[in-house]
Ligand binder design. Structure first.
Ligand code: BGC
Length: 537
């Protein structure tokens, strides 16, 4: 007779095997509650997309009457971009846009996020210079997308300001909001019959801090701590003006959505028991995301912590008033509520160490903030030093945005993706893992945490000009051969994974005979054999 103990042990083993959780990065992220893979679907109207931006892909920098952008100027200076690369030709999408549309279609996407080049449309930045060729190009692209059942998601500004406007002060000019509003109005007028999803600005933080603060991006100004705040001030006003114009003049007939896209790591305290780290984490969230979102989504004004901190530091540094400008009461009312959705770009996480350095130092956004962001060395690496995949971070960040700006706020992940260590990697397993794990965490945020996430945009359709890293870093779902004048595109392995996720609108549980459950099945066969042997005895 068989001992009951054998049954109990066998049942326990079966139980353990059946629960065997699947982890995308089993060696790094394997907390059963937090990291175990989750199966389920996104809502039926979830928007799957991929993105690019004009300067990064179009090339044709001086075709016809196109005006120069600040990135044309900056890259041509030769010293700011790795290997002296420029976007002069890039992916040549100006000529190959129809090929791009087929790549998007082949992946099964029904949305495509791209940006308009302001100086291609308005060479001197103003509507009096409107280019027939710019209009022709974007009409052709939009129509090609629609003919292939792909809806355009259009970013009005992804960093390529007309040089002519930069020469008049760019974002630092008080005229900037009006310039932007005139450009946006022209675009609504020309393309709004077909474009139903508008993003005013991509990542204002980068525009202000990297463009006008650190100067590592165009226009390359090394602004002390006041320029960055003046840039953001004019940017927020320009955003609000364009939103109000759309709302009052175009929304009724065009029936689209318009919002802004902000970027953030998932920030969390290095040591949650250390008050400095907890406060530092909240501070960086407010200085990075809140800088723009607080006014737009909450009350028309900057977060309290920014107002007090920049004012205190400014005083210590001998400024006669705070370096952070103030909105008038009228402006506050004008700004609040000017985004139909929260566009979120995120790639990685940072643990935050709060510091006490309060002494006056050269003014900058960084020294106003006083934190040290830290990346754990155990996290997987990528082709970019700033980017280490931390899948659970996107879920945390989504939850924070939802709590901070209201659970009704519609959130779109407008960028998420990763670069590979080998730029020629066609079998890009690390990217496949990244998309699996990150999108799975977005699914958990939607299903388990009830975050109102409406869409996901993979960065990026194809390898392209990665700003100051030129072509030395590759984020593409498709490989582009930049040594070939025809710029051929080749799908990487990750396109298959992304297509499957889109097709399943999430993740179906694995077939019983494959992958992780294959192991489970093998174990079950072994257990059954144990039973059989026992019974035979
Ligand atoms: C930008 C993209 C860029 C990507 C990867 C985002 O911040 O919007 O233009 O290529 O990050 O660095």
């Amino acid at each position: 007779m068989k001992s009951p103990l054998v049954f109990v042990i066998a049942a326990m083993v079966t139980c353990i095997v059946a629960q065997d959780p699947y982890y995308v990065w089993p060696d790094v992220f394997n907390d059963e509650e937090r990291d175990a893979f989750y199966y389920g679907q996104f809502p039926d109207d979830f928007k799957w997309s991929t993105a690019t931006s004009s300067y990064q892909i179009e090339g044709a920098w001086d075709v016809e009457d196109k005006g120069e952008s600040v990135w044309d100027t900056f890259a041509h200076e030769g010293t700011h971009v790795a290997n002296g690369d420029t976007g002069d030709v890039a992916c040549d999408s100006y000529n190959l846009y129809a090929t791009d549309v087929q790549l998007i279609k082949n992946m099964g996407l029904s949305y495509y996020r791209f940006s308009l080049s302001w100086p291609r449309i308005l060479p001197n930045g103003r509507p009096d210079s409107a280019s027939a060729d710019g209009l022709r190009y974007y009409n052709a692209l939009i129509n090609e997308l629609l003919d292939n059942d792909i809806n355009p998601q259009v970013t009005l500004y992804h960093w390529d300001l007309p040089q002519a406007l930069e020469d008049e002060g760019g974002f630092l000019s008080d005229d900037f909001p009006q310039w932007f509003n005139d450009y946006a109005t022209y675009c609504f007028e020309q393309f709004g019959d077909r474009v139903k999803f508008w993003i005013t600005f991509n990542e204002p933080w980068i525009i202000a801090v990297l463009g006008y603060g650190d100067g590592v991006f165009a226009p390359g100004l090394n602004g002390i701590g006041d320029k960055v705040y003046n840039v953001s001030h004019n940017l927020i006003l320009g955003h609000a003006m364009a939103y109000r114009t759309y709302d009052s003049t175009y929304r009724a007939s065009q029936e689209g959505l318009i919002g802004i896209t902000l970027n953030s790591d998932n920030f969390y305290p290095f040591n949650p028991k250390v008050q400095l780290d907890v406060e530092g984490t909240e501070r960086i969230r407010q200085f990075q995301v809140g800088w723009f979102a607080h006014a737009i989504f909450k009350n028309g004004d900057y977060p309290e912590v920014m107002k007090t901190r920049v004012a205190e530091k400014s005083e210590q540094q001998g400024y006669f008033k705070s370096r952070l400008p103030e909105f008038t009461e009228e402006e506050k009312l004008f700004i609040v509520g000017t985004s139909d959705f929260f566009g979120l770009n995120t790639y990685t996480s940072s643990a935050i160490i709060g510091t006490r350095i309060e002494a006056p130092r050269p003014a900058s956004w960084e020294t106003d903030l006083n934190v040290i962001p830290y990346k754990d060395r155990t996290w997987p690496t990528s082709g970019s030093s700033w980017l280490r995949p931390v899948p659970w971070g996107i879920r945390n960040l989504l939850n924070w945005v939802s709590e901070e700006y209201g659970s009704d706020t519609a959130i779109y992940i407008t960028e998420n993706g990763v670069s590979t260590e080998d730029v020629n990697d066609l079998n890009d397993e690390s990217r496949t893992k990244y998309y699996m794990a990150y999108i799975n965490e977005v699914l958990k945020a939607y299903k388990i945490d009830a975050v109102n996430v409406k869409g996901y945009v993979a960065w990026t359709l194809m390898d392209n000009f990665e700003w100051s890293d030129g072509f030395s870093e590759r984020f593409g779902l498709h490989y582009v051969d930049f040594t070939d004048p025809d710029r051929p595109r080749t799908p990487k392995e990750s396109t298959k994974t992304y297509s499957t996720i889109i097709q399943e609108n999430g993740f179906f549980p694995p077939e019983p005979s494959s992958g992780n459950s294959g192991i489970a099945n093998t174990m079950l066969v072994v257990i059954s054999l144990m039973f059989a042997v026992n019974f035979a005895n």
